[in-house]
Design a protein. Structure first.
Length: 237
């Protein structure tokens, strides 16, 4: 049994506030808060959760990953944008062109995301979170395909995408050029293991696929920090 995508985590300056924002945008229910952050739960138990963890590290540059939210109709896109603004999000300019149909926004912590126009065929039947769109190489897309055992659903011109065999959100990588990494990523993956899987055995498998241990560290207790081939942090628990 291999790792499962347990959560997409946000390092946040105000975890509770950010959780309320995303809970309102997505319509996901919050779980009980703890010293380890705040969690919102997907409507489908098979999907990943979103965790908001306390962090004092300053924001440095744009995130390497962002959500693409889908729209069934132009009216639905407008409603989503209006809800985001009402909850405390804002419009931002990342160089998008006026003729592009998606709307670029930021949450109250400055994390970028897009509300995609209706009729996007690539994100058809993925759900409201159509994609987690990442900066990254083809190598890292292939790594995550092997790590999660999710098939490549796109592999062309150095761009890759994977999707769970049961469907849902796609994870995409845009290919080169990949901007240099600046500081710790604010968004990262948290993987979990089946009860019958040994943590060290799974870490060894991930390392054999191309992950590395930062500084040769061994992790803490039941959590191990690793880096994927593009240097992005992720945790195995």
């Amino acid at each position: 049994m291999t790792s499962q995508l347990f959560a997409i985590c946000f390092n946040a300056t105000r975890p509770s506030d950010l959780a309320r924002f995303w809970s309102g945008v997505l319509g996901w229910e919050p779980a009980d808060a703890s010293d380890d952050g705040v969690v919102i739960l997907p409507p489908d138990a098979a999907g990943f959760r979103i965790r908001f963890l306390p962090s004092r590290e300053p924001r440095t540059g744009r995130n390497r990953a962002h959500f693409d939210l889908t729209s069934a109709t132009p009216e639905e896109q407008r409603r989503t944008v209006a809800r985001v603004l009402e909850l405390g999000g804002e419009h931002i300019d990342v160089g998008q062109l006026p003729e592009e149909g998606h709307v670029v926004l930021a949450d109250p912590d400055g994390n970028e995301f897009c509300v995609i126009e209706a009729g996007n065929k690539f994100l058809a039947d993925t759900g409201f979170i159509g994609a987690l769109a990442c900066d990254g190489t083809r190598e890292v897309g292939c790594f995550w395909s092997e790590a999660l055992r999710w098939p490549l659903v796109w592999d062309q011109d150095q761009e890759t995408a994977i999707q769970s065999p049961s469907g849902g959100t796609k994870i995409t990588w845009g290919g080169p050029p990949v901007a240099p990494k600046t500081g710790t990523n604010r968004l990262f993956f948290e993987l979990s293991l089946a009860a019958d899987t040994a943590l060290e055995a799974e870490v060894d498998r991930l390392v054999s696929l191309g992950a590395t241990r930062p500084g040769g560290g061994e992790g803490h207790g039941e959590r191990v920090l690793l880096l994927d081939p593009d240097g992005n942090e992720f945790v195995v628990r």
